[in-house]
Design a protein around this ligand. Structure first.
Ligand SMILES: NC(=O)c1ccc[n+]([C@@H]2O[C@H](COP(=O)([O-])OP(=O)(O)OC[C@H]3O[C@@H](n4cnc5c(N)ncnc54)[C@H](O)[C@@H]3O)[C@@H](O)[C@H]2O)c1
Length: 319
């Protein structure tokens, strides 16, 4: 579906990936963007540069508020649904937060969309839906059975299921992207963010969760946004679903080294909390098969290591 001259609602548009997406969309011709965000983890300063753009509007509201959502959705052509709880560790201790901001929020959105005849949705899913130690590595989109080990992953899988049912029963079109780990400008969470914050507090020692051998693909945020838009514009099935990843993977130990290097620190003592995963629910080894997106004609230019280095530089400047 071509996005030119479309009116797009971005839920979670004041967040890390959302604000990068909005910047990308507004740079294209004739696209109107409405951000719907409750600012629970998003930041007004991330979208402040867009306030002067007449094609941009911000609604500070919660997806749990169906009445407000119904008022705002009427003229929309397509929804990019990025809002979610992104503090996965917090969600492990508070599954109800994951349920409300993930599954219930998504169910609300789909219902309001149906009632107002808005039937195109793009959804930010995750590699976490594949669960722990999948038997096929790198893991392709058709891998199953899917048994996530975090409430975050479980919630995303539930949302994918709901979206599929709305496609089947109510004529929806959907684009589901299972992201790798994303890094770059406006990051507010994740390993790179944590390491920089910790090292700013104590530049002599860095506590690393797990044994540091956890290894995952890291995709640069601008490539994530570009890949998503490419997929939406090129894939025309009723229910389109893709891994959005990059070449290679980066170990947590190596991320720690890159962060200390880029911060100009020497002789930092790395202290490991131990164990194969950072926290209960963390998938320690992730490899996503990127071939489906490649066969559509898109692949990331940066490797995982290159994305980490660039993301580290951008976050050091920002924090
Ligand atoms: N960052 C990653 O590495 C990564 C990886 C895989 C998937 N994702 C997914 O991508 C999406 C964006 O992630 P992000 O990293 O930008 O996180 P983020 O926390 O920066 O963005 C989420 C946004 O949603 C908003 N929000 C949360 N609950 C809401 C609600 N009930 N109503 C309205 N707004 C609400 C927050 O204020 C925030 O601006 C999420 O769905 C996330 O699960 C992210």
């Amino acid at each position: 579906m071509k996005l030119e001259n479309k009116k797009i609602l971005v839920t979670g548009g004041a967040g890390f990936i959302g604000s990068n997406l909005v910047e990308f969309l507004l740079a294209r011709n004739g696209i109107e963007v409405v951000v719907y965000d409750n600012l629970s983890s998003g930041k007004r300063e991330f979208i402040a540069p867009f306030f002067k753009n007449s094609n941009f509007r911000f609604i500070e509201a919660d997806l749990l508020n169906k009445k407000k959502l119904a008022e705002e959705i009427k003229e929309i052509d397509i929804v990019f649904h990025l809002a979610a709880n992104s503090d996965i560790r917090y969600g492990m201790r508070h599954p109800e937060v994951e349920l409300k901001n993930g599954t219930i929020a998504t169910s609300n959105l789909l219902e309001v969309m149906k009632e107002n005849n808005v039937r195109k949705i793009v959804f930010s899913s995750t590699s976490a839906v594949y669960g722990d130690k999948p038997k096929v590595v790198p893991t392709p989109e058709n891998y199953g059975p899917l048994f996530p080990i975090s409430f975050y992953g479980a919630g995303k899988l539930a949302c994918e299921g709901l979206i599929s049912a709305y496609c089947h029963n109510f004529g929806f079109y959907a684009w589901i992207f299972r992201f790798a780990n994303i890094v770059g400008k406006n990051g507010t969470h994740g390993v790179v963010f944590d390491f920089i914050k910790k090292l700013r507090k104590n530049p002599r020692e860095l506590v690393i969760l797990g044994n540091g051998e956890q290894s995952k693909p890291y995709l640069y945020v601008k490539e994530c946004v570009e890949g998503m838009i490419y997929g939406v514009e090129k894939a025309n099935d009723r229910l389109n679903y893709f891994n959005l990843s990059c070449r290679g993977a980066t170990r947590v130990k190596k991320i720690a080294q890159i962060v200390t290097q880029e911060m100009g620190l020497k002789n930092v003592k790395f202290k490991y909390t131990g164990g194969e995963r950072g926290w209960s629910g963390d998938v320690s080894q992730v490899r996503l098969d990127p071939r489906k997106m490649r066969s559509l004609g898109w692949e990331s230019r940066l490797s995982s290591d290159q994305a980490i280095r660039l993301g580290v530089k951008e976050l050091i400047n920002q924090l």
